[in-house]
Design a protein. Sequence first.
Length: 252
Amino acid sequence: MTSSEPIISLKQVSKSFGKAGAASSYVAVDGLDLQIGQGQMLALLGKTGCGKSTIFNMIAGLTEPTSGIVTVDGRNPFREFDSFRGRIAIVFQNDRLLPWRTAIQNVELGLEMLDIPAEKRRATAMQWLTTLGLRGHENDYPHALSGGMRQRVSIARAFATDANILLCDEPFSALDEMTGRALRAEFARLVKQNGKTAVFITHSINEALEIGDRIVVLKRPANIAVDLPLTAATTDVEKEKIRGQIQGVLAA
Ligand SMILES: Nc1ncnc2c1ncn2[C@@H]1O[C@H](COP(=O)(O)OP(=O)(O)OP(=O)(O)O)[C@@H](O)[C@H]1O
């Protein structure tokens, strides 16, 4: 696959909950066209309930669209769910670490599911914990770690599986401003350095402007309101214009 081909593709995708046409049927995603290129860092913004998580669930193959086509790497993530094992990692707002496992055992979890031998598991987990600045804390249990450290463990867990797609659901929003800012800058660097494709849901325009190289703002039901590319050459003045555009959509 060349870098110009989308690794994630949603074509005319709709998702309703409840029986189609019934009074209780609810349209969460409405004819969405979204192509995401390999190596892209896409920030997904939108008012609460506009369908962001539903989009993630369809990309991750956890739910099937009511109509339209979702492909990841050219394949159907719902119907071929098993073939995506270890290829897509999800990072949540809450670190979702298992409290009875140490930091390193939590990072090893995804590798255990992929049947990686114990020695290789340990080495890979340790390498990612070290990269995330947690060397010396590998045998700590989650309760002994700060919120920022726990989120570092969950990011190490996502990278350790070698998944080439990272779906991040507000991964830094539960952290204080300084911790969140430092971690997201590091996360963005690691995504680029390791050639991952990342889609992250955020409610923060600052966060989207800081680390996104594309910002998609959704209206409700989920469809694209604006689709804004950012490059290293995007100036602060242009970013302020983009901020205004996003605020306008979110206020509508
Ligand atoms: N399993 C479900 N059954 C019925 N309705 C659902 C289901 N999942 C989501 N919805 C509805 O679909 C809409 C979109 O939900 P979704 O969780 O995707 O939004 P979101 O943009 O991620 O919201 P938030 O920003 O609050 O996390 C909401 O109105 C929600 O109530």
